[in-house]
Write a protein that binds this ligand. Structure first.
Ligand SMILES: *Cc1c(COP(=O)(O)O)cnc(C)c1O
Length: 349
């Protein structure tokens, strides 16, 4: 099958025509390093660290990320969390009440919420029993108005990475965008699809600083795609969507690659400890293999076990209402101390 990907056809006509807002800082960005007087943005001139508008293109942070991830800075868009990144994709490519997207439950709930907010039809194609994309069924659900397919890999809440073959088939046979949400990729041994970003014009990858990087509080989501796609998203993003404090904090942290690696390694070790404890419990029936920082387990009665853990002061996530997840609980891996508290609570109920 020939892929007829055409960016012109995928972008909404009003966005294609859009002349973006030009911020004061955009126009003179190349002079920032020079000793110039900036009286262009009606800021309070007295220095306090945050009296100036932040860099709308986050060039310092992006140049570090570009180096680390092996892409060009013009292939990166930063959002106020992945949530903003995903919302921008809907706004750039999906005409409300006309276009549709495909999601693969059980998966991250935000894709559906964002589709609803943007008044875009969401078609659901359930994963197979072993939590893989059902590629034939997905391709059958595609029509001429299907703009995006959302793949979450490692998938939340199942924890597995989708097979390379399934993803490849979708990239090759679907001529809209394949959006791969790699929020948990840093916990996995598998290669990120970032390594192949330049092979597929219809590939969009979303990552985040919220999980392995340990910065959920500063809200930074990363979007990687071709420079052409990023260009379109840049036109519609709010100019100052990443605030100054977040940019500075992110720069300080992402350069500490050794520190981040150590934490990730500890989380992976603790995940094993948790899995070994779960196996011993009589009411745990299945522990699904996870390449993320959480474990999904099937128990005898998820609602009951969930309530019992709350009584013991431990909050986990009950996923029992999700397709293929009947009686399943999702445990985030914490510190060794938190993990011990969880395991003690689990053993005492
Ligand atoms: C946690 C999570 C995110 C992160 O969202 P942010 O808005 O960047 O914090 C994205 N996708 C999935 C699947 C997640 O589980």
């Amino acid at each position: 099958m020939v892929n007829r990907f055409s960016l012109e056809k995928l972008v909404r006509p009003n966005i294609a025509r859009l002349k973006p807002y030009s911020s004061a800082r955009d126009e003179f960005k190349d002079f920032a390093a020079l000793d110039m007087v900036f009286l262009d943005a009606n800021e309070n001139p007295y220095e306090n660290g945050v009296n100036r508008y932040p860099d709308p293109q986050q060039r310092n942070l992006k140049s570090i990320l570009a180096d680390q991830k092996g892409v060009n800075a013009n292939q990166i868009l930063l959002g106020n969390g992945s949530d903003e990144v995903l919302d921008l994709l809907f706004r750039a490519f999906c005409e409300p009440q006309q276009d549709n997207v495909i999601t693969l439950p059980p998966t991250y709930g935000m894709y559906k919420v964002l589709a609803n907010i943007n008044n875009v039809e969401e078609r659901e194609v359930v994963l197979t029993e072993n939590f893989e994309p059902n590629v034939d069924a997905i391709l059958q659900a595609v029509d001429s108005r299907t703009k995006m397919i959302f793949l979450c890999s490692p998938n939340n809440p199942t924890g597995n990475v989708f097979s390379v073959d399934s993803v490849l088939r979708l990239l090759n046979e679907f001529d809209g965008f394949v959006v791969i949400d790699e929020a948990y990729i840093d916990f996995s041994e598998k290669q990120s699809w970032l390594a192949r970003i330049n092979e597929f014009p219809n590939l969009i990858i979303s990552q985040t600083l919220s999980k392995a990087y340990g910065m959920a509080g500063i809200r930074i989501g990363l979007c990687f795609a071709s420079a052409e796609v990023i260009n379109i998203l840049n036109k519609i993003k709010p100019p100052y969507n990443i605030n100054e404090l977040s940019q500075l904090k992110a720069i300080e942290r992402v350069v500490d690659t050794e520190g981040i690696k150590k934490e990730v390694a500890s989380i992976i070790r603790e995940k094993q400890v948790l899995e070994e404890a779960l196996i011993e419990l009589p009411y745990v029936q299945v522990i699904y293999p996870s390449e993320a920082n959480f474990v999904l387990a099937k128990v005898d009665d998820a609602n009951k076990r969930y309530d019992q853990l709350i009584e013991k002061g431990v909050v986990i996530r009950n996923r029992t209402t999700q397709e293929l997840c009947e009686n399943c609980l999702r445990f985030t891996v914490g510190t060794p101390e938190e993990n011990e508290k969880l395991i003690n609570a689990l053993s005492s109920i």
